[in-house]
Design a protein around this ligand. Structure first.
Ligand SMILES: Cc1ncc(COP(=O)(O)O)c(C=O)c1O
Length: 395
């Protein structure tokens, strides 16, 4: 038996995963197109505009494909904004907890919409936006992030509406005067959630911020909408957004990251060693902490092609990363046969919040990036990394 038996998953049959250098992220454009079709349909039926949140997915080689469907990008700061302006070609929004004067001035030249997180940021930076426009710069629409204090997210780390959150202005802080020359409001309350959670958020937002919605040109309903998940109720989303736009006469923006790249690809890794402790431990040429940090942060257990839960198949193995961190452990998985050095394993759904978050901790090499199309079997390794990438981040 070769490691090909471990890669046997019909979904990826069209991609030559046994041929890429490992570790390697492999993105399947067939899956991306499926997601884009769903998102395009939501835009067409609801009238909303969907922005790609670059924090979640920024494989810029695919931006031209995504830009055929989505309206633009949303950035957290100048580097993402610049990437969006240079490589995407649609609208560029920015939203972050705080911008320095210098960063804001740079954003003015890159963005068409900027969302500020506090009234103090607004009073400090709004005059800079006005001066930029008065000096001939293209006027930028300003928005304010509000916090509806409505909680939907169970994991505190990912809940922007928990007690004492630094993200967004609460209804009790708002004053009617504050919103002069503010074009839009922004809220972000969700993480990997359905449209039912948006329905509840909208009720809280409208209850808390009703006086401030009139006179706004747009409302940005943030990210965390898991629109491309098979059980997501897109009809409810379309009706919520369509009716909201109608009711308030505003443009609605959604800015998911994860929904664009959900289930669009994998991380391919090789077993470097198998050691025996309480159970067999396979050391992989990847790392949870360096290559898929959400596995430890969230935490969650990624699916591995051909593997089940511990005990479900005859051979249960703990999969460990290649860094020195004791906790660099991905989890325990059961296989049909014992793992061997040289076997390839495939972690599912590894395209969002992975390559945007990788580090070179321990000098671990960054995974290569490949783009393929499972419809015609094409596959190209578009980026490899080496010592220079590690060295260039230090001095
Ligand atoms: C303000 C804001 N917008 C959009 C997003 C994207 O969210 P997701 O990738 O979960 O859709 C996030 C994620 O943290 C966010 O904080």
């Amino acid at each position: 038996m070769t490691s090909a038996d471990l890669l046997a998953e019909p979904r990826w049959a069209g991609l030559a995963l046994s041929e890429v250098p490992t570790p390697c992220f492999v993105c399947d454009t067939a899956a991306l197109d499926r997601n884009l079709a769903i998102l395009g349909d939501v835009q067409a039926r609801s009238g909303c505009e969907i922005l790609l949140a670059l924090k979640g997915f920024a494989l810029w080689r695919l931006f031209p494909r995504i830009a055929k469907v989505l309206a633009g990008v949303t950035a957290s700061g100048i580097h993402e904004a610049r990437l969006g302006a240079q490589r995407f070609g649609g609208q560029v929004h920015a939203c972050g907890p705080a911008f320095s004067d210098t960063e804001f001035d740079a954003l003015l030249g890159l963005c068409d919409h900027i969302v500020l997180n506090s009234l103090s940021q607004l009073s400090r930076l709004q005059p800079r936006a006005a001066a930029f426009a008065a000096n001939g710069g293209t006027p930028v629409q300003l928005g304010l992030r509000v916090n509806p204090e409505h909680r939907e997210v169970e994991v505190a780390m990912y809940d922007p509406c928990g007690p004492g959150s630094r993200l967004g202005i609460t209804a009790s802080e708002m004053t009617p005067d504050a919103l002069q020359d503010v074009d839009g409001l922004h809220f972000h309350t969700l993480c990997e959630l359905g449209s039912d959670a948006l329905a509840r958020t909208l009720a809280a937002f409208e209850a808390g911020f009703a006086p401030y919605i009139p006179d706004r040109r747009w409302i940005n309903m943030g990210g965390g909408h898991h629109i491309t998940r098979p059980d997501y109720d897109t009809d409810l989303l379309v009706s919520l957004v369509g009716r909201f736009s109608e009711r308030h006469q505003v443009q609605v923006y959604l800015e998911p990251g994860e929904a664009i790249a959900l289930n669009t690809g994998v991380l391919v890794t090789t077993v470097l060693d198998v050691i025996k402790r309480d159970i067999d431990i396979a050391i992989l040429d990847t790392s949870a902490t360096a290559h898929m940090p959400d596995v430890l942060e969230m935490p969650y257990r990624p699916s591995v092609v051909g593997a089940g839960k511990p005990g479900e198949k005859p051979h249960t193995v703990r999969l460990g990363g290649v860094s020195c961190l004791a906790g660099d452990v991905i989890g325990e998985y059961a296989f049909d046969r014992p793992l061997r050095v040289g076997d390839r394993l495939v972690f599912e759904d590894m395209i969002h919040y992975t390559m945007v978050k990788t580090t070179t901790f321990n000098g671990v090499c960054l995974p290569s990036i490949a783009i393929g199309d499972s419809r015609d079997g094409s596959l190209e390794v578009v980026r490899t990394f080496g010592f220079e990438d590690y060295e260039s981040r230090l001095s």
